[in-house]
Design a protein around this ligand. Sequence first.
Ligand code: XUL
Length: 557
Amino acid sequence: MEELSLPQDSYFLGFDSSTQSLKATVLDSNLNIVNSELVHFDTELPHYKTKDGVYRDPSDNGRIVSPTLMWVEALDLMLQKLSKKLDFGKIAAVSGSGQQHGSVYWKSGSSAILSSLDPKKALVDQLGSAFSVKESPIWMDSSTTAQCREIEKAVGGALELARLTGSRAHERYTGPQIRKIFETQPEVYHDTERISLVSSFVASLLIGSYACIDETDGAGMNLMDIKQRAWSKIALEATAPNLEEKLGKLAPAHAVAGSIASYFVERFHFNKNCLVVQWSGDNPNSLAGLTLNTPGDLAISVGTSDTVFGITKEPQPRLEGHVFPNPVDPENYMVMLVYKNGSLTREDVRNRYAEKSWEVFNKYLQQTPPLNGGKMGFYYKEHEILPPLPVGFHRYVLENFSGNTLEGVNEKEVEEFDHPSEVRALIEGQFLSMRAHAERFGMPSPPKRIIATGGASANQSILSSIASIFGCDVYTVKRPDSASLGAALRAAHGWLCSKKGSFVPISSLYKDKLEKTSLSCKLSVNAGDKQLVSKYALFMEKRVEIENRLVQKLGRW
Ligand code: XUL
């Protein structure tokens, strides 16, 4: 059988419509980055008067929105900038990434505007009256607590909603946002003919008609049955009337949304055969950009907030994380766990116990033994969401802990540890928590491999702790922007699937040649010793027990 490959001398364009900017990454057919570009909203589109890309209204109960038209104008500007350095005629496929959960409300009659755009005019000059809601609610919005509780109640509780849609109700999720619009502005809701996510919104502009919502980003709405990958009747009814017709259909992320609209062919000289592959959310695109693709792949991003992404065949949705369909393989799922306490908490502990120096911090980590002599800590400088616990530090010593059994092991709460042990307890605690929650969400143990990314992944001592706690090899990557890179890669994947006429595993794009592409990873630490991994499993079991008790006493789900 003839092997399918990407057409030589062609490009794959990936966008990322994020909170503060619109970014683009261009890959050639050898999967090397040949171009990138950025439009920064606050400084390059100052007339919208956003700060960090958003409007915050402190008097309005956590409402955070962005002007929808700004995203349109950013696309105008981005294409102008890119046209100066790229031959658009060579782009075989385009895809993109959108900040998750944000929503766009198309006013009745707008599909006609979208399908008859005049290539002599900018998009922004033609879409001014296309939106029934001019300020799109985004992921930072927290104004829908009442709607979250109403929706959870209507479907039989928070856990039931999580099992059905992949997550319990969250303020930023699109379903609660839609319900709020229906409750507070029913006439606006009724005058809306289509609701898009940020991802499907920009895809709609590119194809000149309403694009489907992809199944992966669709799982960030509290509206989709994740097993069926179809809108859930119960969730729709719990949210707002006649909603299904406003959402349109769902499509897998590797599907083609349509060919590029004639507007872009005439105005920017795109090839008329250029395919627009379904856009998806930024976290799913990052997962693709990190080359995670099969069950057992796990990525840990250690940054301002710490995030874990993993792929599994059998997800077990719970209250504390999220399950989305895998954007690069419709047979399985991605699990996402988000921690609020990341770099800032590590910095705080460094300042208190390691002389404000990373060097001292690393030295302490190296000079203390794995399992920390049974010392275990929980460090929340900020209110944590995973688990839901208030600000506070909690320290325990496990007495008689040898690592071989939990029999006869008792924990004693203490006020503080010696300084080196504080550092180890912080690092071990965070990665033990990640391992425990990832396993509870149905991630295979040990993972096949871990890809570490984000600021703290440059720290070799931290990487070694990850390897010995999880028991697998740890790789690192340097990525300028994994979301738009992932989108460009998905554009190539979608192109290949479309040529083949059926799904092709994304790994066939880079098999055997990953190292020669811009997607390469570097093996940084080998899997830790097996005995230690099973000792950590016992340590983790105890941690989960203590964590559950803390949540019962202090937490709020
Ligand atoms: C994920 C989330 C954020 C946004 C950022 O649930 O809300 O990561 O996707 O753009």
